[in-house]
Design a protein around this ligand. Structure first.
Ligand SMILES: Cc1cc2nc3c(=O)[nH]c(=O)nc-3n(C[C@H](O)[C@H](O)[C@H](O)COP(=O)(O)O)c2cc1C
Length: 215
């Protein structure tokens, strides 16, 4: 299990081949086994390929506005700085690696509006709930999906533009207004030759984010 968790990585370049429907369903079934409030399974998984996927990418490109840079109020300046520093370190490491491999930076950035060119995109929608518990459950489902997809040789990447542009996407796909689009996941077979799929990645030493209060 730990090997599988660590082996999953964000994939940002894909082959054109569309994964079989049965394989996608297998991953989605695993998604549906995520913990969720009183087993209400309040989610909807919207699988897109071809024209509908292109239409969503178009809606994103036309309407994307990045979220404001600063964090909302309760975050102290010290915490903001700490998080910003981590973001910057990761970003510079990624830039340096891609530059070294002569990778076109613009296409890397554009990928955020195009599901990174994946042949399939899945939107994870959920019905509203006052304490956001439905939303939390859907994030757990997304992780299940990505882990099983990775175990089956599929590549995935989380697509934040879906929630940012959700009003436009809902209109484009004629989805009900009440559905919250948590985010999307790009899905396909990884391009093994693309440097963007080999960006070095790491995590903080675990003790840096653990607080022991009982020992
Ligand atoms: C909420 C969230 C939003 C993300 N949005 C994007 C995105 O829009 N584009 C993208 O390429 N990766 C996106 N990612 C993937 C992260 O960049 C990635 O998980 C992180 O850099 C760690 O790399 P890894 O997934 O390879 O371990 C997102 C991840 C999360 C959890």
């Amino acid at each position: 299990m730990i090997d599988l968790i660590k082996q999953r990585r964000s994939i940002r370049a894909f082959k054109t081949e569309i994964p079989p429907r049965a394989l996608i369903l297998e991953c989605l079934e695993a998604a549906s086994w995520a913990p969720n409030p009183t087993s209400q399974q309040p989610w909807q998984f919207i699988v897109l390929a071809g024209g509908p996927l292109q239409a969503v990418c178009h809606a994103i490109k036309e309407n994307f506005k990045p979220a404001p840079g600063a964090q909302p109020e309760p975050i102290s300046p010290a915490t903001q700085n700490m998080l910003a520093r981590r973001k910057q370190e990761n970003f510079f490491r990624m830039l340096a690696f891609l530059k070294e491999h002569e990778y076109d930076m613009q296409s890397a950035a554009d990928g955020n509006f195009t599901f990174h060119g994946a042949p399939v995109g899945i939107i994870f929608g959920v019905y509203p709930c006052k304490d956001q518990n439905y939303l939390k459950a859907t994030v757990a489902a997304m992780q299940n999906f990505m882990l099983v997809a990775s175990s089956r040789g599929l590549g995935t990447c989380w697509m934040n533009a879906v929630s940012i542009c959700q009003e436009h996407i809902k209109r484009e796909l004629a989805l009900e207004e009440e559905l919250i689009l948590v985010d999307g996941i790009a899905v396909g077979y990884p391009d093994p030759d693309s440097p963007i799929n080999a960006i070095p990645r790491d995590r903080l030493p675990i003790e840096a984010v653990v607080r022991w209060l009982d020992i």
